[in-house]
Every structure is written in C-alpha cells, then in structure tokens.
Design a protein around this ligand. Structure first.
Ligand code: PRP
Ligand code: GLN
Ligand code: MG
Length: 508
C-alpha cells in the first residue's frame, strides 16, 4: 500500500499536505512527494525517505498554491529509485499530476498499448506512471482546450475499461481541480472530507480517515468503488459513478494490518474490527483447546495490541506488554529487503524478562507473513525465560501473493506457503500455533458494515477479485519483485553514478 492525499483549499496547502503525509506514513516509508499548484504553475518535491527527511523548510516554502496532492510510497512495481517516487507528472493535456495506491495487473500490456497506439512514452517501470498516462490519453481524446468535469468522468470511465487491478488515485489538473477515483472493486481505500473556513469550504481526499481527523476535516464519505469525485479550485464538488458493474471488495489485509486503528474505512472502524478479531480468536482457542495452560497473553507491538487485549479479556487471562518497541524504528514488514527486516525486528522490540520467566506465554500477532517477526520473537521469548511459547495469529495463514498493492510477490517467500499450520508452528519454533479462521476474520470486519458485499481475501484464499491473475502473471511478478530480484535492483541503483531524476522540475 501507499498513502495518498489531495487538498483543494482556500489558502496555502503545503503544510496541510505535509501533515497529512506524516499521518499516513505507516502506509509507505520508502519515498514521499508533494505537488502543489498556484495558478498555472506546478511545484514538486519528491525523493526517497520518510516525510520528515524529504521536506526541508526550503522545499516547503517553494511548494506554493492552494491545491495539491501528496504521496508516501511503498513500492510494489518498478524500482526503489527516487525517479519512481510520486506524484508523477505528464504535461499533455492540461498538465496532470497523479498519486496512486495499488497495483495494475495489466501494466505490461498497457505500456505496450500506450507506446504503439497512444504514442506515449513511459519513462520509468512504475505502473503508476502508466495509470497517469492512460488517464491523460483518454482526456486528450476529448480534444478540448479546457476539460469539463464531464470530460474527466469520461476519461475515468475509459481508465476503468483499460486498467485491471487496484487503484485508488488522486489526480490534479493544473489550474482546474483535484480528481479522486477508485477502481471498480474499491480494493484500496479512499475517503474525502470537508472543512469550513471563513472563505468557504475546503476539501480533502485521503487514503484513511485518520488524515482528515488530524487536519480538522470532517469525513464526508468513502469514494465508492468505480466512482470519481472532482473538486474544482472554487470548491465545487462533482460526483459520478464511472464503472459499469462496481462491487465493493475492500482488501481484508487493510483491516488486519495496513490501516491505522483510528481510521474508519468503508464504514468499518478498524479498531473495532481488530477487537472483534481478538474475540473470535479467543473463541477459537476455547473451542479447540479448552484445557489450555496459558498464563499470560503478550501482544507483539504495534498492530496486534488491539486484538491481543480483547483476546486476553475473552480468555480470562492476564494481558501484559512484554515487548517494548523502539519508537524510532518504523514498520518492519514494509521494509524493502529481508536482511533489513530481520535486523530491524531485534532492534525494534525488546523483551521485559519478568513477564516471561517461568511462564507459558501466548504471543499474539495480527498476521504471520514471511515469519520474520514471529520466528525472532519466539526466540526472544525463550531467551527471556518463558517455559512454553504459544503463538496466535489474528489472521489466517497467508499463502498467496498479493497483486493489489502489498509487496508479497512470491508465494515461496511466505512461510505458510506449502506448509500445514503445524508445519508453520514448527518453522517459527512455537510450542503451539493457532490461526484465525477466514470466515471469522471476514465476520469480524463485516460486522462493522454488513452492506459490504465481499472482500478481497486473495492472500488467504488465492481468489483474486478482479480476475485476470494468471499463473504467467504471478511468475512474471515473482521474477520482477522477489527479494532476490529487488536486491539486484538495489545494487544496480547504487552502482549507477547518478540515479538522475528525469521528471518535472523537482524543488531541490
Ligand atoms: O511475518 P512477517 O513477515 O514478519 O510479517 C508480519 C509482521 O509484520 C508486521 O509488523 P510491523 O513491524 O511491520 O508493524 P507494526 O509495528 O505495525 O506491527 C505485522 O504486524 C506482523 O508483526
Ligand atoms: N503500494 C502501492 O500502492 C504502490 C503504488 C505503485 N504501484 C508503486 O509501486 O509506486
Ligand atoms: Mg507487527
């Protein structure tokens, strides 16, 4: 996932965009970018790094204008080069910049079509640059000097016809306004909100509602799957359903891990959904292991805390914070390489010995993906003197690659791939491992909004809601993005004398 934001304001928006990105930092730690618009002029600053490192005071001063978009990146396509940081820009027509969360499955075919039929050059390996150019091409088809909102909606309709995969996006049309749209399955989240000022209302799009809260915007609603919402620079809002058969199918993993607990996505409070996950997991433990001998429940910070607390409560067992997290180390799962992830777990978490000594502990995590965290943490619990180390996961086994914006490209990097639950338990070194059932996980989320017709649960069940995910595609993805392939990319980038950024003039 990545985090995206777009604001149409009444005064300068640079600080608000910056603040919103810091609140969305948990969705992407690799690169950050902001593009603002003043009159007919765009200002862009993007680079690799955390938000606080990418934007210095001198950049902020130059990001002028009362509308803009921003992005924090967690790459799922292309390379980690700063040239693939977002927003992306294309000059024709109108000067469009775009920030994207998700992943296009048919990026290869689209790139070929853009080159052969649409005569468009794509300069990077990022699927987001492709999405932008499809949108731009379709807008250009209108052949007008100035686009209307109808032209924008027509272009989004064509994007839906051509693009396959997950895309929640914000696009800024220079001097005109900001457009937010979501793929027909609504896999990745996108909300918009409003803030009243003396000069009139201001509007904001964001991946998660928490960014609206932080900036004093009131959540209006989620952008519906397939829908496009356009806010022009005067603050007029235009809304249109642009997909023929939209079916809301949000990614379950957003609720398990990706989103912040204080967000509300598609009407579901992430915090409450995680509490229900903990309850359901406790019920399962009581069902399959009624005579358990668990002395204490210990969550693995941060994400599993909410589920862990409820689980302990329902089991009637003590809950203790046995691991302390170094608050200056980010999320390990979304780090780019396995060596870095493994090292970071040890640096990030430290055990408080007395919570473990001589006890049978149940460690709880929200999910086990590559098994980096669980394996390391179980070792730490034993070193701290635990007698028995049990492990519970608030999500079912992750056995299939993700193709919709989470960087899990190769099945064989997932610890549960090709392994039974018992085998995973042995592989991570647990005395017993309990996984949530998929039906219980779905129920825990759906109870927050019973109107959600289905979820993308592909990492658990291998059923990809958009269709079109072939064996050949999965092989292609693995070849491009396995840990080994990424390591190679990283080395090549480092070796390049000047990984120059060929893009819109970048504020330096
Ligand atoms: O099996 P793995 O491949 O290790 O992935 C799963 C772990 O990674 C995530 O934690 P992370 O450190 O990213 O973030 P958090 O602090 O939000 O829990 C997640 O919460 C699990 O703990
Ligand atoms: N995680 C995401 O949403 C990634 C967006 C886009 N595919 C990129 O790699 O930059
Ligand atoms: Mg974690």
């Amino acid at each position: 996932m990545c985090g995206i934001v777009g604001i149409v304001g009444r005064g300068p928006v640079n600080q608000d965009l910056y603040d919103a990105l810091t609140v969305l930092q948990h969705r992407g730690q690799d690169a950050a970018g902001i593009c603002t618009c003043e009159g007919a002029r765009l200002f862009l600053r993007k680079d690799n790094g955390l938000v606080r490192d990418v934007f210095q005071a001198r950049h902020m001063l130059r990001l002028r204008g009362s509308m803009g978009i921003g992005h924090v990146r967690y790459p799922t396509a292309g390379s980690p080069s700063s040239a693939e940081a977002q927003p992306f820009y294309v000059n024709s027509p109108y000067g469009i910049t775009l920030a994207h969360n998700g992943n296009l499955i048919n990026a290869r075919e689209l790139k070929e079509d853009l080159f052969r039929d649409d005569l468009r050059h794509i300069n990077t390996d990022s699927d987001s640059e492709i999405l932008l150019n499809v949108l731009a091409h379709e807008l250009q088809q209108g052949g007008k000097l100035r686009a209307t909102e109808e032209d924008l909606f027509r272009a989004v309709r064509a994007v839906h016809r051509r693009c396959l995969g997950a895309y929640a996006a914000v696009a800024m049309i220079t001097g005109y306004g900001v457009l937010g749209f979501r793929d027909p399955c609504g896999i990745r989240p996108l909300v918009f909100g409003r803030r009243e000022t003396r000069d009139g209302p201001e509007f904001m799009f964001a991946s998660e509602s928490v960014a609206l809260d932080a900036l004093g915007f009131t959540l209006e609603r989620d952008v519906a799957p397939g829908e496009a919402v356009f806010i022009d620079k005067r603050g007029r809002v235009y809304v249109r359903q642009c997909a023929e058969d939209p079916v809301l199918s949000p990614c379950l993993f957003e609720f398990v891990y990706l989103a912040r607990p204080d967000s509300i996505l598609d009407g579901v409070s992430v915090h409450k959904a995680r509490m229900r996950m903990g309850e359901a997991l406790a019920e399962k433990i009581l069902r399959v292991w009624p005579d358990h001998d668990i002395d204490v429940v210990i969550p693995i910070p941060d994400t599993s805390r909410t589920a862990g607390l409820e689980l302990a409560h329902r089991l009637g067992v003590k809950y203790r914070e046995g691991f302390i997290k170094n608050r200056y180390i980010g999320r390990t799962f979304i780090m780019p390489g396995q060596t870095q992830r493994r090292r970071s777990v040890r640096q990030k978490l430290n055990a408080i010995g007395l919570e473990f000594q001589g006890k049978n502990v149940l460690l709880v995590d929200d999910s086990i993906v590559r098994g980096t965290t669980s394996g390391e943490i179980i070792r730490m619990a034993r070193e701290a003197g635990a007698r028995k180390v049990y492990f519970a996961s608030a999500a079912p086994p992750v056995r299939h690659p993700n193709v919709y914006g989470i960087d899990m490209p190769a099945a064989d990097e997932l610890i549960a791939h090709g392994r039974s639950e018992e085998e995973v338990g042995r592989a991570i070194g647990a005395d017993r491992l309990i996984y949530q059932d998929l039906a219980d996980l779905v129920d825990a989320v759906r109870r927050g909004n019973p109107a959600i017709p289905r979820f993308d649960a592909s990492v658990f069940d291998g059923d990809y809601v958009t269709g079109g995910v072939t064996e050949a595609y999965l092989r292609h993805l693995k070849a491009l993005r396995s840990d080994a392939a990424k390591e190679q990319q990283r080395r090549e980038l480092e070796a390049a004398a000047d990984p120059a950024l060929i893009d819109l003039y970048n504020v330096s």
